[in-house]
Design a protein around this ligand. Sequence first.
Ligand SMILES: Cc1cc2nc3c(=O)[nH]c(=O)nc-3n(C[C@H](O)[C@H](O)[C@H](O)COP(=O)(O)OP(=O)(O)OC[C@H]3O[C@@H](n4cnc5c(N)ncnc54)[C@H](O)[C@@H]3O)c2cc1C
Length: 160
Amino acid sequence: RAHGGGVAVDASLRTSDPDVFAAGDVAAAHHPLLDTRLRVEHWANALNGGPAAARAMLGQETAYDRVPYFFSDQYDLGLEYSGWAPPGSYDQVVLRGDAGKREFIAFWLRERRVLAGMNVNVWDVTEAIQDLIRAGTKGVQVDPDRLADPSIPLGDVTRP
Ligand SMILES: Cc1cc2nc3c(=O)[nH]c(=O)nc-3n(C[C@H](O)[C@H](O)[C@H](O)COP(=O)(O)OP(=O)(O)OC[C@H]3O[C@@H](n4cnc5c(N)ncnc54)[C@H](O)[C@@H]3O)c2cc1C
């Protein structure tokens, strides 16, 4: 049992018993990119964790390293959140878009590295946001002014 609840598993979703695996809400998995143990109690994690555990059961080299993600719809507001930015982990929040119109992306940064992003009523940006998060785990920094500028495609933010 993991500290804080859940079944403790490694990055291949295997417990301390090599014949027992856990995926989905119940799994507290070591995340190889974020280097921390996480419980991601959301739909996409349940969808993708099962096949990853199955690959590990079949003896394939498996590291379940998807960027944590969830979606939610609150009346006329739809949002997607990617990454992991618990309280105290970030030193800056950057907004791109118009929060007043409820169409924006919020980014959580630490030392100019993107930890997490949440798109609100803005669509088809999850992949680009997750690319920035993955780059951040490798130490790639962003210019907050470029990140906030909607005229610069997200994919170009880290380019000089
Ligand atoms: C109200 C609500 C709204 C949500 N909205 C969102 C959302 O907007 N976006 C999002 O990303 N996620 C959302 N989620 C979370 C998402 O639904 C869960 O993360 C996902 O369903 C987890 O899937 P799972 O298969 O890991 O667990 P579960 O769906 O909980 O499945 C576990 C299954 O195991 C069974 N079980 C338990 N104990 C035993 C036992 N001893 N023996 C046999 N079977 C057992 C249970 O009956 C259950 O069927 C929401 C959840 C709730 C409750």
